[in-house]
Design a protein around this ligand. Structure first.
Ligand code: MRU
Length: 345
């Protein structure tokens, strides 16, 4: 199927290397990092060269291919033992998005079938995970668009777009599909302090596809809703627990409270690789705390009073009761009534 508004790809396997679009440099520079060693992949995930739950998982899957290639060159009988430490370090690169460990488990399932050079089988699996994520995003785009009324004005948070996935995006996949169907008339994006995923990444990727976007600071969201300028909030997720609680970029919880107060609908869009049925509820999710410099500085320059401390959790938990719909590639769930059980995962 041809999809409109679908040009951005953050992760590519090319010439036997992993190519990552360096998201730290967007929107001003489009630089590709070419990686051949798994330690560099782990570092790229930690440093946010690549970020966004599904994109991290896909990158880790290709990281396993690189680890196995190096280890097999050293020992064609003992490569699985040699890469154990690499995989543990990859798994710990960022703790909140469950897609990372999900992808590593998918790759490890293939280990037992390998006899000889592991690279062909592992590369095929990584490419399958990558393509399935893009397909899931297309499907969620359709399902999410069906929920939207005509002339819809939407607000999104962080970047849950092509840049955060294999391509097309989760929340931005629905926004792409809804815009293509003529149902979405306005897209607002929070700038998303402190890393500015909204102003640097969401705005950039929507404009790459000629979808108009208006940026606002997070503090403006309440006024946007009070003035009846928003009909739906559409966001992604890093981990959804069995009861339907949603971990996503810090600030998402506040938006959900505002949406409920103002009668605005709240949609979460995430593939089933983001659903963690092993955790009962959001209080069990490990929330990543990032460096205080992200809050205290901008572009390497101090912006805060010298001596001020900072608190910088990267994610928060939105309770299931505040979420109207969770859109997955396997169907749409109303989490407040059934949690995630309805998907039968
Ligand atoms: O810290 P980030 O930029 O990795 O956080 C990303 C988000 O919170 C996204 O909303 C989430 O991963 C969903 S991406 C489709």
């Amino acid at each position: 199927m041809n999809h409109q508004y679908d040009t951005v790809r953050p992760v590519n396997w090319h010439n036997e290397q992993l190519h990552l679009l360096d998201q730290r440099k967007l929107p001003h520079e489009q630089t590709i990092m070419m990686l051949e060693q798994v330690a560099d992949v782990t570092k790229a995930i930690k440093d946010m060269v690549v970020r966004g739950a599904p994109a991290i998982g896909i990158t880790a899957a290709y990281g396993v291919v690189l680890a196995a290639r190096t280890a097999y060159a050293k020992s064609n009988t003992n490569w699985q033992t040699l890469i154990e430490k690499d995989l543990q370090q990859l798994a710990r690169a960022r703790p909140t998005a469950v897609n990372l460990v999900w992808a590593l488990k998918q790759m490890q399932v293939k280990f037992s079938a390998i006899n000889g050079d592991p690279v062909p089988i592992l590369l095929e699996e990584a490419k399958r995970i990558h393509q399935e994520d893009i397909n899931a995003n297309y499907r969620m785009g359709e399902l999410g668009t069906e929920l939207l009324p005509n002339n819809c004005r939407v607000l999104t948070h962080c970047n849950a777009g092509a840049l955060a996935t294999g391509g097309y995006g989760t929340a931005l996949g629905v926004i792409r599909s809804g815009y293509a169907a003529g149902k979405i008339t306005e897209v607002y994006a929070d700038e998303t302090r402190p890393w500015l995923q909204g102003s640097r990444l969401t705005a950039w990727e929507l404009l790459q596809d000629n979808i108009p976007v208006t940026l606002s600071v997070e503090g403006a969201a309440a006024s946007l809703m009070q003035r009846k300028m928003i009909d739906w909030v559409i966001v992604g997720s890093d981990r959804i627990t069995a009861n339907g609680d949603v971990a996503n970029k810090i600030g998402t919880y506040g938006l959900a409270i505002l949406a409920r107060q103002h009668g605005v609908k709240f949609m979460v869009v995430a593939p089933t690789s983001t659903v963690d049925m092993s955790l009962t509820d959001g209080s069990k999710v490990e929330i990543e705390n990032r460096a205080t410099e992200e809050v205290l500085t901008l572009d390497g320059k101090n912006i805060a009073a010298i001596g001020a401390k900072a608190w910088n959790p990267a994610f928060d938990i939105t309770p299931a009761g505040l979420v109207d719909f969770i859109v997955t590639e396997k169907g749409v769930v109303k989490p407040q009534s059934s949690g995630m059980d309805a998907l039968g995962l």
